[in-house]
Design a protein around this ligand. Structure first.
Ligand code: ZN
Length: 370
């Protein structure tokens, strides 16, 4: 067993798992091209599960008790929002398409990696200088939009771009990585939702290290392609056909400026995992999770979703003949920017809530509505 970190009275995250968290988040995992991230994830997870497999589009799964007929899933998504190279100008600049809900407003001035045939190439989002923008009274101050954002790699012709191995369809990710701020806050790009992949792996680690046996098969699922429509979860839900699914993803901390609590609800970093009410969320399973939280003194924050959760919960709930599903979210600031921010205590409490919920579930858990 790895040595526990000294900070915090009941730290779940160890030195080894912290190293995994950093490596996993510093590695790019763009939507549709998640392989290298999945490799890092499986490499860490495999010591804590009985077997692993990968589906045709790259969703990675670790299984405990693979022969058990009753199946429970804990799930996160592995993909990271990114860009696609869409057009290369004669002068060697690159125009892009979104690959997932990447935010055009934060792009100017950012450093990127372009994933080409010859490996990663460095580039930047260029932007006209404030002097040249304001110096021309006939032109309104331009706002960044997908059709005016461009990348500069240093190449000055299309041929020079192609010589770098860059092609139409190369994916582009930001360079920013993991860092720590004061008061136990962490930042990284794509905490959405690789922190979920980290947390479900930690749940598997705790089960193994605490020598817990489960009366069912546990499928630890890191799904691809969530950011473009919950697609990886859709595929893997059909393959596994689970009886119960516990999904984890990020949700908005609503205490930052320009967010309306009347619309977005009341959720803050550092106050524990957030549980969502919504038609796709199974009420009895949600009650069970709330009871576990109360019994184990894990604070939770409530919110509601409307027609859909907008997470892989929908894919699992509505898969096959219907699968009781619940969403346990971790509060996060600045979603889909390069400085997504979350609090260490929320990571630990979300892990604990999933872990304790799994210890409570059995194939006989009554989830029937009537
Ligand atoms: Zn997202």
């Amino acid at each position: 067993m790895a040595k526990k970190e000294t900070s915090g009275s009941k730290s779940v995250i160890t030195k080894t798992s912290m190293q995994f968290l950093k490596n996993y988040h510093n590695n790019p995992s763009p939507v549709g091209f998640e392989y290298s991230g999945q490799k890092i994830w499986l490499e860490y997870l495999k010591q804590y599960v009985d077997t692993t497999f990968v589906d045709p589009y790259g969703t990675a799964v670790g299984v405990i008790n693979p022969k058990a007929p009753f199946k429970v899933v804990i799930e996160a998504h592995a993909d990271e929002i990114s860009w696609f190279v869409n057009y290369i100008t004669a002068e060697g600049l690159l125009y892009l398409k979104r690959n997932g809900g990447v935010d055009h407003q934060i792009a100017p001035g950012q450093r990127v990696f372009i994933h080409g045939k010859k490996g990663m190439v460095k580039g930047v989002f260029g932007w006209p200088a404030i002097h040249t923008r304001l110096g021309n009274p006939d032109v309104k101050d331009p706002q960044p939009k997908v059709d005016n954002l461009f990348l500069d790699t240093g190449a000055r012709t299309r041929k020079e771009v192609e010589d770098l191995g860059i092609h139409i369809g190369s994916v582009v990710t930001y360079q920013d990585g993991f860092d720590e701020l004061a008061h136990d806050y962490y930042i990284a790009r794509a905490f959405d939702n690789r922190i979920g992949g980290f947390m479900i792996a930690e749940v598997a680690r705790l089960l193994k290290e605490n020598k817990k046996t489960l009366p069912y098969g546990l499928y630890v699922v890191n799904a691809v392609q969530e950011e473009i429509g919950l697609r990886g979860a859709e595929m893997i839900a059909r393959r596994i056909k689970p009886d119960i699914a516990i999904i984890t993803d990020v949700t908005h901390d609503t205490y930052t400026p320009m967010v309306n609590k009347m619309i977005e609800g009341d959720v803050a970093c550092g106050k524990g995992p957030s549980l969502a009410y919504g038609p796709a969320v199974h009420n009895k399973l949600l009650n069970l999770v709330q009871d576990v939280a109360e019994k184990k003194k894990i604070p939770v924050q409530l919110r509601t979703v409307s027609r859909s959760t907008g997470t892989d919960t929908d894919s699992f709930a509505y898969a096959n003949d219907g699968c009781p599903s619940v969403l346990i979210s971790i509060p996060l600031r600045y979603m889909h920017t390069t400085v997504e921010m979350l609090h260490k205590s929320d990571i630990e409490q979300t892990i604990q809530l999933m872990y304790e919920t799994l210890l409570t579930l059995t194939p006989k858990t009554n989830l029937s509505y009537l």
